[in-house]
Design a protein around this ligand. Sequence first.
Ligand code: 5GP
Ligand code: MN
Length: 330
Amino acid sequence: MNRDFLSIVGELNLAKRVLVVGHIMPDGDDISSVLSATIGLQKLGKEAIAGIDWKIPWYFYEFEETSLIKRYEEVKESGFSPDFVLILDASSPDRIGKFQEFLGNVPSAVIDHHGTNTFFGTFNWVDTKFGSTAQMVLRLNGELGVQYDERLATINLMGIATDTGFFRYTNADEIVFSDATKLVSMGGKPYLISRLFENKRIEQFKLLSTMIEHLRTENDGKIVYSYLSKNDYEKNNCTEDDSGGFVGELRSIQGIELAIFFSEYERGEIHVSFRSRDWFDCSKLAVLLGGGGHPRAAGCTLRGELSVIIEEVIREAKIMYSSQYSSVKS
Ligand code: 5GP
Ligand code: MN
């Protein structure tokens, strides 16, 4: 058993007031992990508060428990003074936004499955063998003796399902399926999770069509990219939350290896998502640009004029594509 895992279990057994923190621009795995750990700790009679320094995309409110998650300002105003901080699915301190302020005052633990993790907690249980952080929370809750019910099992399963693209990506391995089986046997309901995706606004289809209009290719169609500007979002009566999954559409194009999606979520602030199909290591490109992630899915945030950022990132992507190609294919 991992030593940090056991230390984290020991610390949480003693803790009374735990702040459970997720990352900015939260995804399904992060929200699932934060909620599962928070609900687990509450079931053990502890005061646990969930915090994410970002607006949660509207479709996650399909799960009513999502409203447990507080913004930084709310946590501050509540006067909550944690004796332990548990950070989930975040690979570096900048990823937790203003919640960084709580680090240093009290011991903290980082539980994460990103290879780009910087081990910024007092305790760090980081293991890339897991397809999702939610599976690590399942183990944590198990060791702490948390009793699962249908709701908790479903919420915990949501992170495994979303981070594996509903069991379609290369990370959908035997451990993923056995953890999913365990959660379904405890009452987890996959059909409730699929509602996250089968619940699209008509405006999102129009936004998708704008993204398709902007589609470009490079390197003989091996690199495909597209973008949405802040204006594109506004014109379609959408926000950046409405383009979740668009980069997956780009990756689904036949013959491509690398898909890149630029999303200008605030004027001059651009989130870049990278996805690859077979061999390109997206996390290396993302780290070069100040971000992080996994080999097949990574991202970063850049500031500047959208067209300039696109040009610069595509230039770097082409250089890295060539150098990785020669080492992988030689
Ligand atoms: P997405 O493209 O869906 O935002 O992110 C894909 C993966 O890359 C996720 O695992 C996410 O946590 C990670 N990621 C995205 N943006 C950043 C970033 O700015 N910094 C770091 N460290 N990781 C990121
Ligand atoms: Mn994750």
